[in-house]
Design a protein around this ligand. Sequence first.
Ligand code: NAD
Length: 508
Amino acid sequence: MTTPTEPLADLPTRARQILAELGAADAFAPDGDLVAVSPVDGSELGRLRAHTPDDVTATIGRAHTAFEEWRSVPAPVRGHLVRELGELLREHKELLGELVSIEAGKIRSEGLGEVQEMIDICEFAVGLSRQLHGLTIASERPGHRMMEQWHPLGVVGVISAFNFPVAVWSWNAALALVAGDAVVWKPSEKTLLTALACQALAAEACRRVGAPQELSQVVVGGSAVGEVLVDDPRVPLVSATGSTRMGKLVAPRVAARLGRCLLELGGNNAAIVAPSADLDLAVRGIVFAAVGTAGQRCTSLRRVIVHESVHDDLVARLSKAYGTLSIGSPLEPSTLVGPLVDAAAAEAFLGAVEQAQADGGRLVTGGTRADGVSGGQYVVPAIVDMPAQTDIVKQETFAPLLYVLTYRDLDEAIALHNDVAQGLSSAIFTLDVREAETFTSATGSDCGIANVNIGTSGAEIGGAFGGEKETGGGRESGSDAWKAYMRRTTNTINYSTELPLAQGVEFG
Ligand code: NAD
């Protein structure tokens, strides 16, 4: 642990310098009602003016006009825009990564990793721009051919959470832009500056390739701003990332106008540790997944379900590893655990630790406030050994709090694993091929992501990302997630002189 250090007086200045270098110098409004705060030391980075509902409606209108032009641009040419965006991100990776650390409190390596993820998805999307394939389908009628095409959808509304302040936008925007859509993004009110920086880069990419300027836009504010995107029928797809609470508010409103939702909501991710597990590997995988990003990833590991024969050994090893974690300013190269996003997050962490103990849990390590940078919310990552999966264990506490549960046979472990409302990410540590295959089979993990001998967090962009149950069912990023951003048409072409009806129907 570090000793407390003084607030970092230069963070607001540094944030301004970075914004200026990224082309977003005019972001601030001194009398603005939104305050950008750094979780590193609680300092005010600047003020911005929230968009009004009328502003958002007008922005959607401009995005729709841009879409009408963009949809006619051939997809491989649309790829040029995303290639340019990827180049700009590569050029400015250091600066944007630093801004992510300042505004979201991620350690430097994770801030840079998030920007790398943006570059990766841009590369993926550029390749995709030549592969938006439909099928050709055998017709049952002579002289006929069936085919499908994928067409641009319209304006995509992106609502994002604080913990991946830039990557989530890029997962959506890179695919949406090659798909021929326009994007209106409402970032978290906790991470405004990184959004404005991305928007400046997207605008520059549009300028460089001559794409419509209003293809990519940002609107800032709280839930009222998001709600305008949710309710506007000119937004055929709302891609919303955040808490399950938010998803339950957004989904029915989009459904009421028969729009489409892509939901990426909360997780309560678990790893099973079997008797045959390589415990060295398991400990490394568990520690990164549980305390990386200070436990503030949707895929953070929250539950370990360990076989009784290796329970004591694993808990002792984890406790030892937790004892070596350096907690403090995320801008210090040696730090592994940065701050929680705000005071409410720290209170939720402390409250959950207390509740788990009231439920009979044994606090193995951590669970208190930590020294860190004065003004920030720093905590000591906790492990609580639980006698049962009580209500608090079934909730997502967005902090570095790991519950340990014990099992006797794999069926029991899988039942415990699946007995939560969320279904995002999961893992098993085992060297037994039967256990590994069972876990990833239809009767195993019920999550959207099921890993073997690797932790629950840190997904690559090549796979489809998302989860089941209260995680919302959406899939973003790789594989065929692009289909959510397009509309499919089925075309039947008759090149004969006859008009046979399907299913042999005779008419007249
Ligand atoms: P949050 O739900 O508080 O906010 C997310 C976004 O939703 C913000 O932009 C917020 O302004 C907006 N919002 C809130 N209410 C709204 C409403 N009624 N209408 C429209 N927009 C509304 O989440 P958070 O605290 O920023 O992020 C943490 C949560 O996000 C965790 O639950 C985490 O698991 C989840 N998350 C999920 C994924 C995923 O891919 N599954 C990724 C990142 C974060």
